[in-house]
Design a protein around this ligand. Structure first.
Ligand code: MG
Length: 377
């Protein structure tokens, strides 16, 4: 099988394409390779702690670091990179990721292109662990894209120039810090403001004193009364807000559906939309969904969620955790097809160990490098 893949790459000219692109052939074929020993994928992983530039406060928690797990899948000398980002309030940790990844045996699959079977196997190893699963999914996508010498936006047939501006997230804070963050966000064309505590109006008024940029808000389930939530939606509409994300607790399906039906602003489900079946459940409860790789178990299911939501006529936004440019780059390949993107996770940290998709004047800028397009610093 491995030899067939190599023959395919040679006959299809992809190896020649790699040479033209300035990528050494050695990453695709080793000289004097022993075919009896190739054709096995090897997964490795190591923990890494992200340092946040600012303490980050949302309706339910505050933190200054984010634990991640960096993964690699090596196959015939080609290495795919992946990442699990695990903010503590979501229930995963470096320990749980290590335990999960220790159970993943990719050596039983001779062909990395057998992605549906491989990722189905990974998904069934244990329940939950969505970020750990995403770290395998992303590394596999990176590997397969590199074997094809193509970036994923091209494999999916997307136009990278359609990628939207990303919002820049402003956490709940004092007026003084909020003003400072808004000034730092100068290059960003849209702001995402965290609400859901007791100073919502103060947060918005502080920002509106400084800028008239479009703002979207994320209450992170912090509003519990539907009538007050609707009053707030009308007030926010007057303040030029674009949409409201996860206004009320995810369990309050009737309340969220009622708000969506009556709200002058579109609503998005985030905490309530984790994986593919949740898209159907979110239909008519929210105007749109927020897809994140760390919820969806990675790029493959995120792509299916995007397609399904579009088919249902829903809006789609693409979000992230605080992540390195590895996972941000992976998500960015879906960005040409979304209405809104919130992919500022790597710019919120001070120790990004990857170079990948960047933000240029507030706009998501994908590279043409193969796979997810992320390289190690
Ligand atoms: Mg959110």
């Amino acid at each position: 099988m491995a030899q067939n893949r190599r023959d395919f790459l040679k006959t299809s000219g992809l190896l020649a394409g790699a040479a033209l692109a300035g990528i050494p052939n050695s990453i695709y074929s080793k000289p004097n390779i022993n075919f009896t020993k190739v054709g096995k994928m090897k997964l490795t992983f190591k923990p890494y702690d992200l340092t946040l530039k600012h303490a980050f406060t949302i309706a339910t928690s505050t933190r200054t670091t984010t634990p991640v797990m960096l993964t690699e899948i090596e196959y015939e000398g080609v290495v795919g990179y992946g990442e699990a980002s695990m903010p503590p309030y979501l229930g995963e940790s470096q320990a749980s990721a290590a335990e999960f990844l220790g159970k993943v045996n990719l050596e039983q699959f001779p062909d990395p292109f057998d992605m549906e079977n491989i990722l189905d196997y990974v998904d069934k190893i244990a329940e939950k662990n969505p970020a750990a699963k995403a770290s395998v999914d992303i590394a596999l996508h990176d590997l397969v894209g590199k074997l094809m010498n193509q970036p994923w936006f091209k494999i999916w047939g997307y136009d990278k120039y359609r990628s939207p501006y990303t919002s820049f997230t402003i956490g709940i804070d004092t007026p003084e810090v909020v003003r400072q963050k808004v000034r730092e966000a100068d290059i960003y064309k849209i702001l995402k403001v965290k609400l859901g505590r007791d100073n919502d109006k103060q947060m918005i008024e502080t920002i509106r004193e400084i800028t008239d940029k479009p703002i979207c808000v994320d209450a992170n389930q912090g509003w519990t009364d539907r009538v007050k939530a609707l009053d707030m939606a009308y007030w926010l509409k007057e303040k030029g807000i674009t949409f409201i994300e996860q206004a009320m607790p995810k369990e309050n399906i009737d309340g969220n559906a009622w708000l969506t039906e009556n709200s002058p602003l579109p609503t998005f489900g985030d905490e309530s939309v984790q994986r593919l079946p949740d898209v159907i459940k979110a239909h008519k409860v929210y105007s749109g969904i927020n897809i994140k790789l760390m919820k969806s178990t990675g790029m493959r299911e995120a792509h299916k969620m995007l397609t399904l939501a579009r088919g249902l006529g829903m809006k789609v936004m693409l979000g992230c955790m605080t992540e390195t440019s590895c996972a941000i780059s992976a998500a960015s390949h879906l960005s040409p097809m979304v209405d809104f993107a919130d992919l500022d996770g790597a710019v919120l940290i001070s120790n990004d160990c990857f170079i990948g998709t960047t933000i240029e004047d507030g706009k998501i800028s994908l590279t043409d490098r193969p796979g997810i397009g992320a390289i190690k610093k």
